[in-house]
Design a protein. Structure first.
Length: 186
């Protein structure tokens, strides 16, 4: 998103998946979406955004997996001596594991030939190795692809190790924007 000058998740996962599959002559048999969700009390706007977004995705046939974000908190002492919580970091926990388990399970039971993962997270490199082992042991063709933004603004310029890389350009990405703004009205 930020790699293309967008500062909130404004892509349509189904359109993005369809575009990558179309570019490679693959058939898209389903879209799954995984993310961490902010706490409703700590971040009501983004919590509301994701609840609306999930509902729209589910209505479009997308399987959604969400986990609560974990917060690293420090106590900040104010000048008057009072304590205030300060959020230092937000972390997704369990999302990569869930993606990996789902990809491996779907490969083992024959529900996929190509897994396109829209991520550059190197924790998923072990999934690529497992997919190669399944492919070899079962004597069938399987592929795992890391799709990611390719732009001068991108902070990372490589895909997940052990996968094929699909570099998305801004034209492809912008053609897959979701026209709805799911942010709650103020």
């Amino acid at each position: 998103m930020a790699a293309f000058g967008h500062y909130h998740p404004n892509y349509d996962p189904a359109k993005l998946s369809d575009a990558v599959c179309r570019e490679n002559d693959w058939q898209n048999y389903g879209v799954r979406f995984y993310t961490g969700v902010p706490d409703a009390v700590r971040d009501p706007m983004w919590y509301g955004y994701w609840q609306s977004r999930f509902l729209a995705m589910q209505r479009a046939g997308i399987t959604v997996t969400a986990r609560p974000l974990r917060y690293q908190i420090e106590n900040e002492i104010l000048t008057d001596g009072a304590n205030r919580e300060k959020i230092v970091a937000r972390q997704e926990k369990g999302i990569d594991l869930r993606i990996g388990l789902d990809v491996v399970r779907m490969a083992r039971v024959g529900q996929l030939d190509v897994a396109v993962i829209f991520s550059q997270d190197q924790d998923l490199a072990e999934v690529a190795q497992e997919i190669r082992e399944i492919s070899h042991s079962e004597g069938r063709w399987l592929k795992i692809v890391s799709a990611f933004p390719a732009s001068a603004r991108a902070t990372t310029r490589r895909g997940i190790n052990g996968t094929d890389w699909f570099r998305m350009d801004q034209t492809l990405y912008d053609a897959c924007l979701d026209p709805w703004d799911y942010r709650p009205k103020r």
